[in-house]
Design a protein. Structure first.
Length: 401
């Protein structure tokens, strides 16, 4: 039998590595989950682990949502799965995705289950997708499950776009401001300095400060840029460590304005994902394990995994989630009512819809709040530099008069 290398995480977030002889990846996944280890990477020994594809090569979520909805429609219309995959492969324009669909069709045609074929492409079809397909195949409701998946992907992407729109606007404004200031400092200010020297007059303090900054930036620009790149690289390396990710994610949730937005996004994603899984027949413990991977924040992931461990001991879902102090009291109460009435899936969907609207409002408020601050920032930074350079000119004009 082949030997596989694997990596995984314990329920407490510790990273584990090892090697195992097994007939296939599925056997390793089952064994690791029995040991309470969540597998993250599995590959044949001697080969590189499967990693995310380079930028521009990865299949985007919109293409996956369209593929899923079209496949659901074809299956609902009575077309065989192999034929449906063949049609979708032939009409797919994205070359990488076209090859993936073709490989899935070949695997299904060769006797594999649809879920088993999807699991061979973890960079495109995540655990949430494959587990729901498993539930759909076992329950004979694959078309319904695929429709739910398409709805879920579309709503998750819409939520992501809302957050990006809130982040991109201030990032662009600040970046443009920094670029303008650098251009002024490197190319414009030295011209003023030459003019002031030829005039031979004493300069006001703001002008001296700007001239000194211009000299420093111009002299050390070759060091500043590599230093910034190095700091960014070191931060990324630190963030990839267990302690780094835990620290940064905890600090992000405590930010004055962005922290609340991130919490609302996390609650919406948690409720939408778990609601989709539960309504599709996935066991709650498996569902929480999958949801923890899609949390997007280590603090929230840890809270979900701790809740899962408590549920295994016999507690309800609401109790350990309430103790985490991550989820708002309203969410805990609604989950508790959903558990007691047997309508947890519909209650989670209502929570997700509510928090989607809350994210809309938060993004709108954030944009309105940032606009005056950004205007003040631009006025102080760029306006301050311009005024400092024109002060000596005003003094010269006064002296002439």
């Amino acid at each position: 039998m082949p030997i596989y290398k694997w990596e995984g995480k314990t329920l407490k977030g510790a990273i584990k590595k090892g090697e195992m002889e097994a007939p296939g990846e599925a056997a390793i996944r089952i064994h690791l989950r029995q040991q309470s280890v969540i597998p993250t990477k599995i590959a044949l020994k001697g080969k590189e682990f499967k990693i995310a594809l380079p930028f521009g090569k990865k299949v985007n979520q919109r293409s996956i949502a369209i593929f899923t909805r079209q496949l659901a429609t074809m299956i609902d219309a009575g077309l065989p799965l192999v034929q449906s995959l063949d049609i979708l492969s032939s009409q797919q324009e994205h070359k990488l995705f076209k090859n993936i669909i073709r490989e899935i069709r070949e695997d299904v045609e060769g006797g594999s289950t649809f879920a088993g074929a999807l699991k061979k492409h973890p960079a495109t079809f995540d655990d949430l997708y494959t587990n729901l397909v498993v539930a759909g195949e076992e329950g004979g409701i694959l078309d319904n499950i695929l429709t739910r998946l398409a709805n879920y992907i579309e709503k998750a992407e819409a939520l992501k776009k809302k957050v990006k729109s809130a982040m991109i606007y201030p990032a662009i404004i600040v970046s443009v401001a920094i670029l303008v200031v650098l251009i002024l400092m490197i190319f414009v200010i030295p011209v003023f300095e030459t003019m002031f020297k030829s005039a031979g007059q004493s300069l006001p303090l703001p002008t001296l400060i700007v001239l000194t900054m211009s000299k420093m930036i111009k002299k050390y620009i070759a060091v500043i840029i590599p230093a910034v790149i190095l700091l960014f690289y070191l931060f990324k390396k630190f963030y990839k460590t267990e302690a780094g990710k835990t620290l940064v994610d905890r600090l992000l949730l405590k930010l004055p304005v962005f922290g609340m937005l991130l919490k609302k996004v996390a609650v919406a994603r948690f409720a939408r994902t778990l609601g989709t899984l539960v309504s599709s027949g996935v066991p709650i413990l498996d569902g929480l394990l999958i949801v923890s991977k899609t949390a997007g924040n280590r603090t929230i992931e840890t809270a979900i995994l701790n809740a899962r461990a408590s549920i295994r001991e016999g507690e309800t879902i609401a109790e350990p989630l309430g103790r985490s102090e991550i989820f708002p009291p309203m969410v805990i109460q609604m989950i508790s009512v959903g558990e007691s009435t047997g309508a947890l899936d519909s209650m989670l969907t209502k929570i997700a819809d509510f928090y989607d609207d809350e994210v809309d409002v938060a993004v709108s408020n954030l944009t309105s709040l940032l606009e005056p601050f950004l205007m003040v920032f631009l006025g102080v930074v760029i306006g301050g530099v311009v005024i400092a350079m024109y002060l000596p000119i005003f003094q010269m004009a006064s002296a002439v008069q």
